[in-house]
Design a protein around this ligand. Structure first.
Ligand SMILES: *Cc1c(COP(=O)(O)O)cnc(C)c1O
Length: 396
């Protein structure tokens, strides 16, 4: 049977593909160390688990809910956002959905017509471009400056604006680089977006995972005008170790939100009811576990960054947030006789049994992404094996 033309263009998620490949080798009995996945390695905190169990036992979890999400959860999102960032939203400006990823999908379906352009800074999270294309939009990539943690400036953005530019995706802290935009940088970007009437899609999902005294500023908090120009994307996956529960949310313009809910009403209906009750507890209950997990990530980052930066041919600035490292390995590749980062990554997996994600999936040619959402022992062992691999490959 002939499949839809859009399928020829659609690639599977590079991060999920890398993880699947590692898992495959594992199942063949190979002892693979995987640094591929973008999810916390902690179990969901106990109080959240209990709330979920309670919603099952009391029968609440048995039924559909409003597509937008249960009112307790909408209120919890509003209250948490207000108390964390001093910014206020109304009930009709919020939706809860099946993960931030699906929320983003509904957003692009809502705002893009064929040929509309979305500016995406490089390197970018793998799904942005694919989702824009699924909505028949056109991703316009803007290369950030490696010397400035790959962040883009208004000057860079200005060159990419056309009459078709609809939106700009801001992911701070960034997956894969861990970069965080400063308040000053964000103010300029906000002004620029208002001037051109470009919607800011602020993917704030790593907002609570910032390290070593760095500060995350949500762009929507900078002025009332910028807030009106922004759709905030967030969720419980990363901050509360709840990736499997699939709860994300969006905050912003009620007209856009209501259309996104309409798409969900035809695609998924409400996000899983048991997960919604769990998310209420995550957002309203004891927050101390968030800080405990953050501190563990910070310790790992400091240790792993130090070790990786000593590997011959690895160039790596210290990330400020999220849980990834994104070293430039161009010198290492050259020293080892590689021109293609995919091949380097593939050989690392097959010969050294360490799985990382190729930077090609994020739009750059000489980088790899390593996740430190893994215990220190695994991280240390993986780094030992990377060092041995590089030593052995160096052209003598
Ligand atoms: C993990 C991630 C998401 C999606 O999270 P969900 O689990 O779908 O809520 C969105 N954006 C970025 C940048 C991510 O890394």
């Amino acid at each position: 049977m002939e499949l839809a033309k859009r399928m020829t263009k659609l690639k599977p998620s590079a991060t999920l593909a890398a993880a699947a490949k590692a898992k495959n080798l594992k199942e063949q009995g190979v002892d693979v160390l995987s640094l591929t996945l973008g999810e916390p390695d902690f179990s969901t905190p106990e109080n959240i688990q209990e709330a979920a169990i309670d919603s099952i036992k009391t029968g609440k979890a048995s039924f559909y809910t409003p597509v937008q999400g249960i009112s307790e959860l909408i209120d919890a999102v509003i209250t948490r956002t207000k108390s964390d960032y001093e910014i206020e939203y109304q009930t009709n400006e919020v939706m809860v959905g099946t993960g931030a990823k699906f929320i983003l999908y509904t957003l692009f379906q809502t705002i893009l017509d064929q040929g509309d352009e979305v500016i995406i800074p490089v390197p970018y999270w793998v799904s942005y471009a694919a989702q824009v294309e699924l909505a028949e939009g056109v991703p316009v990539f803007v290369e950030g400056h490696q010397s400035n943690d790959f962040k883009v400036t208004v000057e860079d953005l200005e060159k990419s604006v056309t009459s078709k530019t609809k939106a700009f995706i801001l992911n701070s802290p960034c997956n894969p680089t861990g970069a965080i935009y400063s308040k000053e940088e964000l103010k300029k970007i906000g002004k620029w977006a208002i001037k051109h009437n470009i919607l800011i899609v602020a993917d704030d999902i790593y907002g609570k995972l910032v390290y070593n005294g760095n500060v995350f500023t949500p762009i929507a908090t900078l002025s009332e005008k910028i807030k009106e120009q922004t759709i905030v994307i967030n969720g419980v996956s990363k901050s509360y170790a709840m990736t499997g529960w699939r709860i994300g949310y969006a905050l912003g313009n009620s007209q856009i939100i209501s259309q996104m809910i309409k798409i969900a009403s035809q695609a998924t209906s409400n996000p899983s009811t048991v997960s919604q009750y769990a998310a209420v507890e995550a957002l309203t209950g004891d927050q101390s576990q968030v800080e405990v997990m953050r501190q563990v990530f910070e310790e790992r980052l400091n240790h792993v960054h130090h070790r990786l930066s000593q590997i011959s041919g690895f160039k790596i600035d210290k990330p400020h947030g999220a849980f990834y490292l994104y070293p430039d390995i161009s010198e290492c590749m050259a020293n080892c006789g590689y021109t293609d980062v995919d091949e380097w990554v593939s050989d690392l997996l097959e010969e050294a049994h360490v799985a990382v994600v190729t930077g090609a999936g994020f739009g750059t040619k000489h980088h790899i992404r390593l996740s430190y959402a893994t215990d220190l022992e695994t991280l240390n062992q993986a780094i030992d094996q990377i060092i041995a691999f590089v030593d052995q490959k160096q052209i003598k």
